[in-house]
Design a protein around this ligand. Structure first.
Ligand code: ZN
Ligand code: ZN
Length: 343
C-alpha cells in the first residue's frame, strides 16, 4: 500500500516537471474589462482592456502599453494582484495534485473576497506606489476610454492613453484633445472627490488622494503633449525633417529646434517667453514626479529657475496650476497642427 502511494506520488511529480497548464479565472470588472499592468519598470502603467479583445486580438508574442508604447509578450502584463492570484492558484493546483496523489481526496478552497465602498486603483506613472482611494464616481470621471482606430480594440486607463495594447497603433495625435479633456474633467471633480473621500477616510486621506490626482494630471498632460508632438513629427514627410532621437520631445528647447528645422517654426513662435518658461517648469516637475518621487534636487532648481523651493523639499502641485498647463499644451498643440499636415 505504502509503496503504491509512493509510486503514485512520484508519477505526479514527474508529470509536474513537464509544463502544466493551470486554469485560472482572473476577475473582470462589470463591463468585462481585464486589469493590466505595464512590465516596463520605467512605466508600470495600469490600464484595462476589454477581455474579448485581449483574448482575440492580442497575439501571444506581443502586446503594447497604451501609455509608454513598451512591447512585451502577452503573458507579461499581469498586475501584482493577478501575479499573486496566479501564484496562489498554481500553489493550490500543486498542493491539490500532490494531495490527491496521497489521499485521492480533493480540497475545496475559497477565493471570493468582499469589496468595500471605495475603489482602490493604481495610478499609472509610479509603479509600487500606494494605490489611490477614490469613489466609484470619481474613478469613472478619471477614466479615459479608447477604441483603436486601426484594429477596434477597446481599452481604458486613468488619464491619457496613446498606444493600442493589441496592435501598437499610436493614436496620440488624434486622442490629444480627449486626453486633455479627461484631465480637465478630473480637475473639475476635485472638490467633489475631496468631499466624498473625507467622509470615508477623513481629511488626511482625502488630501492624500487629491495630491496624487493633481500630480497624476500634471504627468498625464506633459506626456500627452510629448506623445502628440512625437506622432505629429513622425507623420511629416521624411525628406523634410532631421531625425528625432528617442524621447526628444521630453526636452522643450531641443524639440523646438527640431520643429524649426522641419517646419520653420519653433515653440517660441507659438508661445510667449514667460509662457514657455512656465511650460519648461512643468516639464521639469513631471521629471521630478516620475523619477525622483517629487523631491526637489539641484538639477531641478538649475533647470526650472524655480526659486520658491530648495533641494530636498517635495513639490506641491495645485489643481489651478495644472489647469494653466492644460491651457499651454492645448495652445501649443493647436499651433503645431496649423503648421503640419494632418496625420
Ligand atoms: Zn508602459
Ligand atoms: Zn489596435
Amino acid at each position: 500500500m505504502k509503496r503504491a502511494m509512493c509510486e503514485h506520488l512520484s508519477r505526479e511529480l514527474r508529470n509536474l516537471e513537464r509544463r502544466v497548464r493551470v486554469p485560472i479565472e482572473l476577475s473582470l470588472d462589470d463591463e468585462r474589462y481585464l486589469d493590466r499592468a505595464c512590465p516596463n519598470p520605467e512605466c508600470g502603467a495600469a490600464f484595462k482592456v476589454l477581455f474579448d479583445d485581449w483574448r482575440d486580438k492580442v497575439p501571444d508574442n506581443r502586446a503594447y502599453c497604451p501609455i509608454c508604447g513598451f512591447m512585451a509578450q502577452a503573458s507579461e502584463w499581469n498586475t501584482p494582484e493577478q501575479q499573486e492570484q496566479i501564484k496562489n492558484a498554481a500553489l493550490r493546483y500543486l498542493h491539490n495534485r500532490l494531495d490527491e496523489a496521497l489521499t485521492r481526496g480533493a480540497r475545496a478552497f475559497n477565493r471570493s473576497q468582499p469589496r468595500g465602498g471605495l475603489i482602490r486603483m493604481s495610478l499609472s506613472y509610479r509603479p509600487g506606489r500606494l494605490p489611490l482611494v477614490v469613489t466609484a464616481e470619481a474613478s469613472e470621471v478619471m477614466t479615459q476610454r479608447s477604441t483603436c482606430e486601426a484594429c477596434g480594440s477597446q481599452y481604458s486607463s486613468i488619464g491619457a492613453a496613446f498606444f493600442c495594447p493589441a496592435c501598437g497603433h499610436n493614436s496620440a495625435a488624434s486622442a490629444f484633445h480627449a486626453n486633455v479633456e479627461t484631465v480637465c474633467k478630473t480637475l473639475t471633480a476635485i472638490p467633489e472627490i475631496r468631499r466624498a473621500v473625507t467622509e470615508k477616510l477623513g481629511k488626511d486621506g482625502a488630501e492624500d488622494s487629491v495630491r496624487q490626482i493633481c500630480e497624476n494630471c500634471l504627468v498625464k498632460l506633459v506626456s500627452a503633449f510629448q506623445h502628440f508632438a512625437e506622432a505629429l513629427y513622425e507623420a511629416l514627410p521624411s525628406q523634410a525633417k532631421p531625425k528625432a532621437r528617442r524621447n526628444v520631445f521630453q526636452n522643450l528647447s531641443e524639440s523646438s529646434e527640431l520643429w524649426r528645422c522641419a517646419i520653420g517654426h519653433g515653440y517660441d513662435d507659438m508661445l510667449s517667453a514667460s509662457e514657455l518658461s512656465a511650460l519648461e517648469r512643468f516639464f521639469q516637475q513631471r521629471h521630478l514626479l516620475v523619477h525622483n518621487d517629487g523631491i526637489v534636487d539641484q538639477l531641478y532648481l538649475d533647470r526650472s529657475g524655480n526659486l520658491s523651493y530648495s533641494a530636498g523639499q517635495r513639490l506641491v502641485i495645485r489643481g489651478d496650476r495644472v489647469e494653466v498647463l492644460a491651457d499651454l499644451v492645448t495652445r501649443l498643440a493647436t499651433q503645431l497642427r496649423r503648421y503640419t499636415p494632418q496625420p
